[in-house]
Design a protein around this ligand. Structure first.
Ligand SMILES: [Zn+2]
Length: 324
């Protein structure tokens, strides 16, 4: 944990925004509360302010003047819009706030670096040493949103009224200027990392009433290969002699093959899973590999949806020119 702010970096990164009153000096309240206890600090009067105090906002020059003397923390408020000298609105500073994504300075999931490479914007390590802040400029005015580790990391997108504490500790080589991301690309970004949060939880032996589109169409649209099986239109009989008609059945690569021990079974068929849609609208994805046995409870359908969304969004990002 560090409370020291590297003002050299902050000054460099925010140099085009130094006249904007978006910065706040903060201090920690001395409370035993485990909740967030930092508050805006009035550097001139030496007292705490509330977040609604207009006078909490400083420009970069003011911040520089006071920071060395008082060593409080500082940061910026997301979403404050200003006008340029001609009166046209300027995009606001917004932030992707990744929580608990680093271990010993490395991302727990390499997809975070992929995403940051595409964003190519100033990114710093948060005061906890475990989080990241990717700072962008945007006109996006939609709702803020959260993403969780069912996607590939936890975090939030802050577009308005949130205080982001700055450290000036640059993450890897993201010592960049703050990049502009247009509204459309923010929405693509959202789909890329936030969309899956709202999907229902499904189990291996699944109950998921899908938005149906056939599986065939879903897989084709995102480029996941499949073959037909002969279960389609067959009736499955359960122990209690209830029956269920299989309306669609396809064989795909098991989305959990990463956890299959390849050596223990070299046959390709050992890494295939059967995807079925039943007459009641539920789907199931079953793999006979040990790694996917029900007691291990891998969520195969969720894994498949992760794959589908990853591929779909990869396609969209490519179309939008985010990936070469
Ligand atoms: Zn499997």
């Amino acid at each position: 944990m560090t409370n020291q702010v590297n003002m050299d970096i902050i000054n460099k990164v925010f140099k085009n925004h130094k006249d904007k009153k978006i910065f706040v000096a903060t201090k920690e309240h001395n409370t035993n509360s485990t909740k967030e206890n930092k508050a805006p600090w009035d550097v001139k009067k030496n007292c705490f302010l509330t977040w609604s105090n207009e006078e909490k906002l400083l420009d970069l020059n003011e911040l520089n003047k006071w920071i060395p003397e008082f060593h409080p923390g500082c940061g910026f408020i997301t979403g404050i819009t200003t006008n340029d000298s001609n009166g046209s609105p300027y995009p606001s500073v917004q932030c992707l706030d990744f929580d608990d994504v680093l271990k010993d300075g490395e991302p727990k999931n390499p997809k975070i670096d992929d995403l940051l490479n595409r964003l190519d914007t100033y990114t710093e390590i948060s005061a906890s040493d475990k989080g990241l802040h990717a700072v962008i400029l945007s006109d996006y005015k939609g709702p803020e949103w959260g993403f969780d580790d069912k996607t590939f990391c936890k975090g939030k997108y802050y577009s308005k009224d949130h205080f982001i504490k700055l450290t000036g500790v640059v993450y890897k080589n993201f010592n960049k200027s703050i990049e502009y991301v247009n509204e459309r690309n923010v929405r693509i970004l959202k789909e890329r990392i936030g969309n899956i949060v709202n999907l229902p939880k499904v189990s291996t032996q699944s109950n998921f009433s899908g938005p149906f589109k056939s599986w065939r169409k879903i897989l084709e649209d995102c480029g996941i290969p499949y073959t037909d099986t002969n279960y389609t239109n067959q009736v499955r009989v359960y122990e209690d002699s209830k029956t269920k008609l299989c309306v669609e059945s396809l064989k795909i690569e098991c989305p959990n093959t990463e956890n299959h021990t390849q050596l223990s079974n070299p046959y390709e068929s050992a890494h295939k899973a059967i995807l079925c849609r039943w007459e009641d609208g539920t789907s199931s994805l079953t793999c006979n590999h040990n790694a996917c046995s029900p007691d291990k409870k891998p969520n195969l359908l969720q894994m498949l949806w992760d794959q589908i969304h990853y591929k779909e969004n990869y396609k969209k990002l490519k179309m939008a020119g985010w990936i070469k």
